[in-house]
Design a protein around this ligand. Structure first.
Ligand code: URA
Length: 233
């Protein structure tokens, strides 16, 4: 078990690695790797979709209008941005703000898993479809899932996973904004639960195929009992 200071140093090392990342073609068009920002020991983490043009330029997540809305909603529940950790499913901007491709999301997933493992949040709010589908590992959409918390193991960490509408979508749809606000207001209740019971280190290891045991040598037939030597004694 590592201290918060040790985990923070390890997170910085992951950041240094991500800064040089060339795992997917997004590295060719990015200006900056937007690793994520905030409290490296946060109980509450938010995962958005992908950096946009402003984020790519500045190197921080959620710096535009959607970020302002995120800050407002956080303030309503008594939080400042620096108290939580905010990251995205992909760390580099998809050109022209297109959706990230599945291969790009997959290449970046390892960074997200390592962020979660090192930050050790109790609650992860996924913002919108991309992070919700990625962290739940299925295709159910955000309109069915928003506001429904569940315990999920992300990599090695059990968390309360809490899908929310993406603030960028809520900016333009007043009814969605009210739903997002109502869902947001339940976050303190989830934080009060604390982190769920953690899986044992062995349970959280990726499943490996059981080696097929070598067939055993067929047992040697028992040596025949010597026939009783009748008649000699
Ligand atoms: N939208 C996201 O999903 N992430 C950002 O960082 C900014 C906008």
């Amino acid at each position: 078990m590592s201290s918060p200071a040790e985990r923070r140093e390890l997170l910085k090392a992951v950041y240094e690695e991500a800064r040089e990342c060339v795992r997917c073609p997004l590295h060719q068009t990015r200006t900056t790797v937007v690793f994520g920002s905030g409290n490296a020991d946060a109980d509450l983490m938010f995962i958005g979709e992908a950096p946009g043009a402003n984020e790519d330029r500045i190197g921080l997540p959620f710096v535009g209008q959607a970020g302002k809305l995120l800050d407002t909603l956080l303030a309503e529940i008594g939080f400042e941005r620096k108290e939580v950790f905010v990251a995205n499913t992909v760390k580099c901007r998809p050109p022209g703000n297109r959706d990230p491709h599945p291969k790009e999301i997959e290449s970046c997933h390892d960074y997200l898993r390592r962020q979660v493992a090192l930050i050790e949040p109790a609650v992860i709010c996924t913002l919108g479809n991309f992070s919700t589908k990625l962290l739940r590992g299925d295709t159910t959409g955000i309109s069915r899932l928003h506001g429904r918390e569940e315990v999920r193991v992300i990599g090695s960490r059990a968390v309360h996973l809490y899908p929310l509408y993406h603030p960028a979508a809520a900016l333009y749809t007043p009814s969605m904004l009210e739903t997002l606000r109502a869902d947001f207001h339940r976050i303190p209740e989830l934080l009060a639960l604390g982190a769920p019971e953690q899986p044992s280190p062995l349970e959280s290891l990726p499943e490996v195929e059981e080696p097929v045991p070598e067939p055993e040598e067929p047992p040697m037939p028992a040596a025949p009992e010597p026939a009783p030597q009748l008649g000699l004694f």
